[in-house]
Ligand binder design. Structure first.
Ligand code: SF4
Ligand code: SF4
Length: 172
């Protein structure tokens, strides 16, 4: 169901909080020397990322019943995310989104979509081997891709070998 004014206002506040959290956590990760992949490609608007939105949570939300209930209540009542299943090992809640129309593959509340929908797939860029959804138009680029690509182009390699290395090293 399309978001009304009240839900849009709540989600705007949540978005500020989400954006601030991202700024801090990603800034800290960079300060600690973690080098994220860069984002290449474009969004093809295939809506694969709306099919089963998933959120990984911390140990407190996962194990403390009150926090877990509160988190799931917020996801359902504010974000329109209905829990479908859980991935125990990864502490991930998987949802179906009530804003997603599977027939038209459109979001009925795109302007007020949550921060995680706006951020996707940037979260993956901190993984060791980012795996995008099948059909996603984005791809991960190694942080030093330009330097490595230049080095490969100077090396005496066949075109096929160079192409394979560029692909394996996520330079393209
Ligand atoms: S899966 Fe990727 S290409 Fe498709 S809508 Fe989501 S971000 Fe865009
Ligand atoms: S809120 Fe909109 S953008 Fe986010 S998962 Fe649902 S349909 Fe997709």
């Amino acid at each position: 169901m399309r978001d009304g004014a009240g839900r849009r206002a709540l989600k705007r506040i949540a978005l500020w909080n989400f954006s601030l959290g991202l700024l801090l956590t990603r800034g800290l990760r960079r300060l600690r020397g973690e080098r994220a992949f860069r984002l290449g490609g474009d969004c093809r608007r295939c809506a694969a990322c709306c099919e089963a939105p998933a959120v990984q949570v911390g140990v407190l939300v996962w194990f403390v019943p009150t926090l877990r209930r509160l988190f799931l209540w917020w996801q359902e009542r504010v974000n329109g995310f209905r829990l479908t299943h859980e991935l125990l090992q990864q502490r991930v809640f998987v949802f179906e989104c009530t804003h997603f129309d599977r027939a038209t593959r459109a979001c009925d509340s795109y302007e007020s979509r949550p921060g995680m929908c706006r951020d996707y797939p940037r979260l993956l860029l901190f993984q060791a081997n980012p795996e995008f959804l099948p059909g996603c138009g984005y791809r991960a680029l190694a942080p030093n891709a330009a330097l490595l690509r230049d080095a490969l182009r100077r090396a005496e390699l066949s075109g096929a070998k160079r192409d394979k290395l560029e692909k394996d090293l996520q330079l393209d």
